[in-house]
Design a binder for this molecule. Structure first.
Ligand SMILES: CC(C)(COP(=O)(O)OP(=O)(O)OC[C@H]1O[C@@H](n2cnc3c(N)ncnc32)[C@H](O)[C@@H]1OP(=O)(O)O)[C@@H](O)C(=O)NCCC(=O)NCCS
Length: 150
């Protein structure tokens, strides 16, 4: 499998929205929200491609005015048929590398407390649980994770 990580652009919007709907039933970003996220220069948006087909993406945000500078992963999505092949991990590592280059010292992200795949992925990549977010996803609690980027 030859996987490429590339910067996302607005021309990817339809495919990203397709994957977003595949990944999330209730908490999916709308197409308009994804479009907005792709165009904000404080965001880092990356796609994972196999043979020119987008199979996953990640969007992170940098809070440049915080001291130290903070990064936040807003969403990480891998299409169903390409899961469990290391793509999510590669996307997360790639966004962290860009965060580091842009002086991000701490990275945060969240997941539903029942999202076993995401919780395991974050732990595997060195994130530590810092907070329970009560009813963050309606009736389901969220967990906030943190990693110090060195
Ligand atoms: C979470 C998600 C991005 C993981 O992507 P992925 O490409 O399948 O993950 P990877 O193959 O890189 O897995 C890396 C590690 O994460 C953990 N993991 C991934 N999927 C898992 C699953 N279904 N069950 C348990 N652990 C899992 C494992 O520790 C795995 O390492 P291993 O395969 O060596 O055991 C993917 O499941 C997804 O898109 N889910 C829907 C969207 C979502 O929930 N995003 C996160 C919240 S924003």
């Amino acid at each position: 499998m030859s996987l490429r990580i590339e910067e996302a652009s607005l021309s990817d919007l339809s495919r990203l929205f397709e994957i977003e709907k595949e990944c999330f039933t209730k908490e999916a970003f709308t197409k308009e929200q994804i479009s907005y996220l792709l165009t904000d220069h404080n965001n880092v948006s990356l796609t994972a491609k196999i043979n020119d087909e987008i199979v996953g993406f990640i969007i992170g945000r940098i809070y440049v005015h915080e001291k130290p500078v903070v990064g936040h992963v807003l969403t990480i999505d891998v299409s169903l048929e390409h899961r469990r092949r290391g793509i999510g991990l590669k996307l997360l590592k790639a966004v962290e590398n860009i965060f580091r280059k842009r002086n991000v010292a701490i990275c945060y992200l969240e997941a539903r407390e029942d999202n076993v795949a995401a919780l395991n992925l974050y732990r595997k990549q060195g994130y530590r649980r810092v907070k329970k977010l009560k009813n963050y996803y309606g009736y389901v609690h969220g967990i906030r994770f943190k990693k110090v980027l060195t």
